[in-house]
Design a protein around this ligand. Structure first.
Ligand code: CU
Length: 209
């Protein structure tokens, strides 16, 4: 599995040079006279062909991270701009979030959608944080607790993959800041589990066929 983060959702930019490279290997180009027509007519086909040529995943699946953090209580405790929420729904205060987690009834406003994702092998998964605070999208062998013990379900242990929090690069590289993306590629066939290491009830099962 490989991960990378980026701020903008700029997935593909078919440039003139790339189009020309696709055309250069097309058998039709050998007819020469057709080439001029194909430069414009082939443009709409170019992105898919280029992805295949460069070994890029040809499919994209999106997962959305959501939350309803209350800016005033979160930022008072955790620092300015920790929560930058633009949700139109009701906000949940920091103390309410902890109280609900401790009671074993975590706030469902903190959520990954979808909960189960079926993809074909080679699909790139793009996780976008549309909530107001940071999350992680961390692959785990078994679902369990995160590294903020006060947010774990009663009796739930921190899973090894989340242990150490952001001081561990393996966890830090799975972090998704507000408005940013995390891309997950090269998932092997079979079932994969991802959870947030901060809010461990945020969980997704990915089934790669
Ligand atoms: Cu989270």
């Amino acid at each position: 599995m490989k991960l990378k983060t980026r701020i903008k959702a700029q997935r593909w930019e078919p440039g003139w040079r790339n189009r020309m490279r696709v055309l250069a290997i097309s058998p039709l180009v050998r007819f020469g006279l057709l080439a001029g027509c194909l430069i414009s007519a082939g443009a709409t086909q170019a992105p898919a062909q280029e992805q295949a040529l460069q070994g890029q995943p040809s499919r994209l699946a999106q997962v959305v991270a959501l939350d309803e953090c209350d800016p005033s209580t979160f930022n008072a405790a955790l620092g300015p701009d920790f929560c930058r929420n633009v949700t139109l729904g009701a906000f949940t205060t920091l103390s309410d979030l902890f109280a609900k987690a401790a009671a074993g009834t975590p706030d469902r406003g903190w959520d990954f959608e979808p909960d189960i994702l079926g993809v074909n092998e080679g699909t790139e998964i793009s996780v976008v944080d549309q909530g107001g605070e940071p999350h992680t999208f961390t692959e785990v062998a078994h679902f369990g607790g995160g590294f903020v013990t006060g947010l774990n379900a009663p009796g739930e242990e921190t899973v090894p993959e989340c242990s150490g929090g952001f001081s561990k690069v393996k966890v830090a590289r799975t972090r998704i800041l507000q408005g940013s993306h995390l891309e997950v590629t090269h998932l092997s066939k079979g079932e994969h589990r991802f959870q947030c290491c901060i809010h461990p009830w945020m969980r997704v099962k990915v089934e790669v066929k």
